[in-house]
Design a protein around this ligand. Sequence first.
Ligand SMILES: [Zn+2]
Length: 60
Amino acid sequence: MAINREWHEKHRMPKNPTKDERLQWHIEHAEHCNCREMPERLKREIQNLREIQNLKEKKI
Ligand SMILES: [Zn+2]
């Protein structure tokens, strides 16, 4: 497992993150670093968010 220390220095998780902040952090983290696996539950939440986003874009 490689840790991208530079990224972590610049992207600290807020002390009391909202659900959105936490999701956003993990999305960015997964793109820049793989020091730890994203929890399954978060993966599913992100999946749901993407589906909602897709629906909005299609304006169904
Ligand atoms: Zn990391």
